[in-house]
Ligand binder design. Structure first.
Ligand SMILES: [Zn+2]
Ligand SMILES: [Zn+2]
Length: 132
């Protein structure tokens, strides 16, 4: 089984996930846009048995924004980290993985709520590093 690790920006919270995944889910709903300050939340759905904390399990703070919507962040650096509110799965914030996933985005959800700038313009520019 493949093991991949991930963690927050400051390194206080570390985790590992086991197995292979068929893709990442991106939620573009208005809550995920606000909570991430970006296009939305990119999530890897991991069965609970395949997720383990390596460090800082108790170093998170959970914000219950609504009954059905919470986000958990590292207490020190604020990185949004795996959510464990579901009995079956852990919702891992895909950007916190250290290792390549070997797949791509499989599903975009709440596309009707996308920000109007959430697409590439025809003259979009790409830089391998900074843009200056
Ligand atoms: Zn941290
Ligand atoms: Zn959402």
């Amino acid at each position: 089984m493949t093991i991949r690790t991930g963690g927050c920006l400051c390194g206080a919270r570390r985790y590992e996930v086991e197995g292979d995944f068929d893709g990442v889910w991106v939620c573009h709903c208005s809550l995920c846009r606000k909570a991430t300050g970006s296009v939305g939340n990119a999530i890897l759905i991991v069965p609970r048995a395949h997720f383990r904390w390596l460090a800082g399990e108790d170093h998170g703070v959970t914000f219950a924004l609504r009954q059905s919507y919470t986000i958990t962040r590292c207490k020190t650096c604020g990185t949004p980290l795996p959510a464990e509110t579901d009995e079956k799965n852990v919702y891992v914030t895909a950007g916190t993985l250290d290792d390549p996933l070997g797949t791509g985005i499989k599903t975009h959800m709440f596309c009707a709520s996308r920000a109007d700038w959430d697409h590439d313009r025809s003259d979009v520019r790409y830089f391998d590093e900074r843009s200056d």
